[in-house]
Design a protein around this ligand. Structure first.
Ligand code: CTP
Ligand code: MG
Length: 257
């Protein structure tokens, strides 16, 4: 697709990097998590569709399991929107596939390295959050456009959280503190970033972090939260598959989609 026909709402070009290289150990034995089916369609395809559903996203980079890049390219081609070009693009959204790394952080870096010049905003979205609604995606992009260097969708916690001294042998764990729940948020993806900020974070922060926004915090920059969505939950354990398929069944019943 030429640059003239590509939507550039707000003048910014937005790409989504989807880390999908994890094995899914907590889900139990089977194919890599991102390739497991939800109502017959691989989880990764749902996640790519969720990003492509935003009119602002012009490129999706999928970070595939290290030995699964060829399979992921075939899956994307198989599930391309009807009428779109045969490969490399779903209608107005282009896609790239790169092999991932040992950790989520490494996989995201490999995805960032694959971005072409001219990207202003990057979303990082877990393949394991296949059902995030497009309104959440757009709210994150909008907050980055409005000037925030890093934006994270998040929800209040329902469970009270205890800080403990972990024990390795399964014996009861001593509680150290109970942080006030009203001040805590559970964070989701897509997390949105100014391109240059995220690249700098990946170049300079070497600590282990579980999300990209944590790296930006370590640069001393202000990360902000916008409301997340309950359907943006992460498929982690077997029961999450049941919930995800129930959400899809409800959507199909509600709007025939
Ligand atoms: N991920 C990745 N590369 C890795 C590890 C994780 O791209 N080396 C991705 C996963 O594919 C997933 C996202 O990061 O989309 C969030 O990770 P998580 O939910 O922990 O998935 P897994 O690591 O696959 O699951 P588990 O930790 O249970 O093995
Ligand atoms: Mg993991």
């Amino acid at each position: 697709m030429s640059d003239e026909t590509r939507p550039v709402a707000g003048g910014a070009r937005t790409a989504a990097v989807i880390p999908a290289a994890g094995r899914g150990v907590r889900l139990g034995p089977g194919a890599p998590k991102a390739l497991r089916a939800l109502n017959g369609t691989p989880m990764l395809i749902h996640a790519v569709r969720a990003m492509a559903a935003s009119r602002s996203v012009s490129l999706v980079v999928v970070v595939a399991p290290p030995d699964g890049a060829a399979e992921v390219k075939m899956l994307l081609a198989d599930h391309a929107l009807p009428g779109g070009p045969p490969s490399g693009s779903w209608g107005r959204t282009d896609f790239l596939v790169v092999p991932g790394g040992e950790t989520r952080q490494q996989s995201v870096k490999l995805g960032l390295d694959a971005l072409p010049a001219g990207i202003d905003i990057v979303l990082v979205h877990d393949a394991a959050r296949p059902l995030v609604p497009v309104d959440t995606v757009d709210a994150v992009i909008e907050a980055v456009r409005d000037g925030a260097p890093a934006v994270v969708p998040a929800l209040p916690l329902t469970d009270t959280v205890k800080e403990v001294t972990p024990t390795a042998d399964g014996s009861p764990e001593p509680v150290v503190a109970t942080p006030p729940r009203a001040r805590l948020r559970a964070v989701q993806t897509p997390q949105g970033f100014e391109y240059a900020t995220l690249v700098r974070a990946h170049e300079t922060v070497t600590d282990d972090v579980t999300d990209c926004a944590g790296m930006v915090e370590k640069l001393g920059l202000q990360v902000v939260l916008v409301p997340g969505h309950e359907e943006a939950f992460k498929v982690t354990r077997p029961l999450d598959l049941v919930l995800a398929e129930a959400v899809l069944a409800r959507r199909r019943a509600n709007d025939g989609f």
